[in-house]
Every structure is written in structure tokens, then in C-alpha cells.
Design a protein around this ligand. Structure first.
Ligand SMILES: [Mg+2]
Length: 219
């Protein structure tokens, strides 16, 4: 049995964590990012994909890689790549119900843009389950897994990392969390990336995992 009774701050990545990857939203965003890179850098789509993967590995996001290597307008990038229809994302009232019963506060910590994050949370029907959303603009466009962005987020929401848990689908984004003392839960299979012992728990489905939690002092 998994005991997270010590946790009073529940921190969630958003994309592919608070809704299943199969709903396809990130694939739409990725396609728009690819088109943006093609245009901004002047590569063909295949080359742009290679560059984009390199940026993700080296900088955490495509945007951070573009900003380090080219002159681009980050606001324009964030607006354009997040202009995606949300029809594929399903409302999840059972998740909303469960988040509201977790003991303590809940937060979103995303490398996505603020306005997009709020649209997605609204669409799922969980916007009112969170005490705060830390989007890419809040970390001065410095994405996870940069440790300073984790420290920013923790300061902003003012919680004790050792009393918190972080849920993420990208394995390496759990590394700084673990180093800070957060309990770490990988949602999904890690996209074929290396896992490692900075991951405390692996859960194929977020809601199933949350529903299986029991709390010592629960009535
Ligand atoms: Mg994610």
C-alpha cells in the first residue's frame, strides 16, 4: 500500500499527466511547434524535428532552445503553438471530485503557457481544484527540469518540499523534485525514456493511483 499521509501539497504537471496522452492534445501542440520551428529557423520539417528534439534534451523546451540560439519573440511562440482545439480532451468529473478530497492544497506546475493551461484545466473541469498554477511565464520562461524553476514554484506556493508530492509524465522532470525531497510519481510509461531511482512510484493512470491512496487520519 502506498502511504502519502505526510503530503499536504499536491503538485501536478498538466500535459499528459492531468489528462491521458491518448487524448492527443500534445501531438497537436507538437505539430504547431514543429511548424513554428520550420518557419522561424528555415529548415525542412524533418530537420526541424531533429533540432526540436535536441532543444528538448538540452534546454527542457523548444522555446528555451530557440531563445538560446535564435532571435524569436517568445510571446508570439507561446501564443501560436498553443492555438489548438481542445475537443479531444475529455471532461473528467471523477478526477475533479478526487482532487477536491486530497488533504492539503493542489497546484499545477507546467512548461506550457498560462492562458493555455487555464483553458485546458477548464475543459477537463478541474480548474477550481487548484490553489495555484505555475506556468512557463511564472518561471521567466525557464522550464522544468531546471532546479531554480522548482525552487521558484515552491517559494511561490510556500510549501515544504518534504511534505509534497509531484506527478509528472516526463521522467527527468522528477529528478529535481526528488532532490528537493518531494515524493515523485511517474504517470504513464515514461515515453521510452530512462526511468531511474529518483522515481518513487509509477502509475499508468493518475485517477487510479489517487483513488488507491489511503490516509491514516481519514474519517
Ligand atoms: Mg507533461
Amino acid at each position: 500500500m502506498i502511504d502519502l499521509s505526510h503530503v499536504n501539497a499536491w503538485v501536478f504537471d498538466m500535459d499528459d499527466t492531468l489528462y491521458p496522452r491518448e487524448q492527443g492534445l500534445m501531438a497537436l501542440v507538437q505539430a504547431r511547434i514543429n511548424a513554428y520551428v520550420v518557419e522561424a529557423v528555415g529548415l525542412d520539417p524533418q530537420e526541424a524535428r531533429v533540432l526540436q528534439r535536441q532543444f528538448l534534451d538540452e534546454h527542457g523546451t523548444t522555446l528555451a532552445g530557440l531563445m538560446a540560439n535564435y532571435t524569436i519573440d517568445p510571446e508570439d511562440f507561446l501564443r501560436v503553438v498553443h492555438e489548438v482545439p481542445l475537443d479531444g480532451v475529455e471532461p473528467n468529473p471523477r478526477l475533479a471530485e478526487r482532487l477536491k478530497t486530497l488533504p492539503g492544497r493542489c497546484f499545477v506546475f507546467t512548461n506550457g503557457a498560462r492562458e493555455y493551461a487555464h483553458r485546458v484545466l477548464d475543459r477537463i473541469g478541474i480548474a477550481d481544484c487548484f490553489d495555484g498554477v505555475f506556468a512557463i511565464e511564472d518561471g521567466d520562461l525557464t522550464p522544468k527540469p531546471e532546479p531554480s524553476t522548482f525552487r521558484h514554484m515552491i517559494e511561490r506556493f510556500d510549501f515544504e518540499p518534504r511534505s509534497s508530492a509531484f506527478f509528472e509524465d516526463t521522467p527527468r522532470n522528477l529528478e529535481p523534485a526528488k532532490a528537493l525531497g518531494m515524493a515523485t510519481i511517474l504517470i504513464g510509461d515514461g515515453h521510452g525514456k530512462p526511468l531511474g531511482d529518483h522515481i518513487d512510484h509509477i502509475a499508468p493512470d493518475l485517477l487510479d493511483f489517487l483513488n488507491a491512496l489511503t490516509f491514516k487520519d481519514a474519517a
